[in-house]
Write a protein that binds this ligand. Structure first.
Ligand SMILES: Cc1ncc(COP(=O)(O)O)c(C=O)c1O
Length: 450
């Protein structure tokens, strides 16, 4: 199935051309952002279907608009599939994305001003786990816990903060974390202080389904996820309530549903719901389980290759789908920008990221975050990861002479010169060409013959 967008081409040349360019970028480069993936043609078909035309405020059987007979069926199917796949008691599939899903959990479990614990953002936590500029940090009294020097969550600090401040809600989960979670310890702490335990599995949902990461469902009261990362569906979010959750609070399912609608959202995106249902069916196959296990095998192989080529990794490696390179030994404090931009010129997309005890800032962090979900979808295995690690290391070293000026005023001019120079860097352009040839052997899902 080739996607060539004939109608957009005819009607809106400007948008058509950018889609074509973006398609080439996604096809000819290596996608290393651990929260991204390539979804299936069936999921994309649902996203472009007539379902986008419908309004369905409310829930199946209790809508505010007429004409929802078929939408109800779609939403019920998505819910049943999610319940079976994650082995949970209740699912809400309406959150527009991961951030609104998490905000709805606050509405379900807390009053404004209540205390909430979450992993500090520079330590790998997500904005919605209470970072100060997020609505979650503005409307709730959020207290951050941290990782230790070895990059692992400081569970003693979680217990200490919980005992001292008696939170209503504790978040486990992260956006940049390489290790498995000790969910049973989080559950014990939550029980000790009477808090709800919400586990955000946005990054690792696909790994959990595949049995490649521990399952939080027996321990958590609530589990939230995005549907577009390792789960490989459309952009979207889900909130799940577990048996433990209903035992703690029999009203939790209805509180969650009320948190989503009318608490936070209006009409659900029905095309997205159908696409989520399709992705959940795909995720229930043995093939998907193999995929999830291969993501982790690939991340470990990539870590090995990067270390062999002289890179320093946070925590020394990875137990899941992502890893972070600490580039401060190469560029000094705050130099992640040089590495992530060099990768981009060389045809690899990653993002600059904080590392534990970062000597830089969240905007100028000292690390680069990379992951294997998208490369694994393209069919790459351990052998290819060896090569990818070598390309990453070569690109990072190719601009190894750059250091972020400590004087704020000097930075803009220095970075502008770096941008201009890096785009002419012969080594980076050579890698880009090597990658362009290499990616031809690994078609995207929509390019494969069916
Ligand atoms: C752990 C975690 N939770 C929630 C989100 C938010 O998802 P979204 O960007 O879909 O709002 C993300 C996004 O990166 C995430 O990493």
């Amino acid at each position: 199935m080739k996607k060539d967008y004939p109608l957009i081409k005819k009607q809106d040349r400007a948008i058509y051309e950018t889609i074509v360019e973006e398609t080439a970028r996604q096809t000819e480069g290596l996608e290393l952002i651990p929260s991204e993936n390539y979804t299936s043609p069936a999921v994309m078909e649902a996203m472009g279907s007539v379902l986008t035309n419908k309004y369905s405020e409310g829930y199946a059987g209790k809508r505010y608009y007429n004409g929802n007979e078929f939408i109800d069926e779609i939403e019920r199917t998505a819910i049943e599939r999610a319940k079976k796949l994650f082995k949970v008691e209740h699912v809400n599939v309406q959150p527009y994305s991961g951030s609104p899903a998490n905000l709805a959990v606050y509405l379900a479990c807390c009053q404004p001003g209540d205390v909430v614990l979450g992993l500090n953002l520079p330590d790998g936590g997500h904005l919605t786990h209470g970072w100060k500029v997020s609505a979650t940090g503005i409307f709730y009294r959020t207290l951050p816990y941290h990782v230790r020097k070895d990059g692992k969550i400081d569970i003693d600090e979680v217990r200490k903060l919980a005992k001292q401040h008696k939170p209503k809600l504790i978040w486990a989960g992260a956006t940049a974390y390489e290790f498995k979670y000790d969910y049973s310890e989080f559950a014990k702490i939550a029980d000790e202080v009477g808090a709800y335990l919400a586990v955000d599995i946005a990054h690792i949902a696909g790994l959990i389904i595949a049995g490649a990461h521990p399952d939080p469902v027996p321990h958590a009261h609530i589990v939230t996820t995005t549907t577009h990362k390792t789960l490989r569906g459309p952009r979207g979010g889900m909130i799940m309530v577990t048996k433990r959750g209903l035992k703690k609070d029999p009203d939790l399912a209805s509180k969650v549903d009320k948190g989503v609608f009318p608490g936070l959202q209006g009409g659900p995106h029905d095309h997205q719901t159908a696409a989520i249902a399709i992705a959940l069916k795909e995720a229930a196959t043995p093939e998907f389980k193999r995929y999830g296990k291969q993501i982790v095998a690939n991340a470990k192989a990539l870590a090995k290759s990067l270390k062999k080529h002289g890179m320093t990794l946070v925590g020394g490696g990875t137990e899941n789908h992502l890893l972070r390179i600490d580039v401060s030994p190469i560029y000094g404090p705050g130099g992640g920008i040089f590495g992530s931009d060099a990768l981009e010129v060389a045809g690899m997309t990653a993002n600059k990221n904080t590392v534990p005890n970062d000597p830089g800032t969240p905007f100028y962090p000292s690390g680069i975050r990379i992951g294997t979900p998208a490369l694994t979808t393209r069919g790459m295995k351990e052998k290819e990861m060896e090569k990818v690690g070598e390309w990453i290391a070569r690109a990072i070293k190719a601009v190894g002479t750059y250091h972020l000026p400590s004087d704020n005023k000097e930075r803009a001019a220095y970075i502008a010169k770096f941008h201009a120079d890096s785009r002419k860097n012969k080594e980076l352009l050579k890698i880009r060409e090597e990658i362009r040839k290499f990616t031809k052997k690994f078609p995207l899902p929509h390019e494969k013959k069916r």
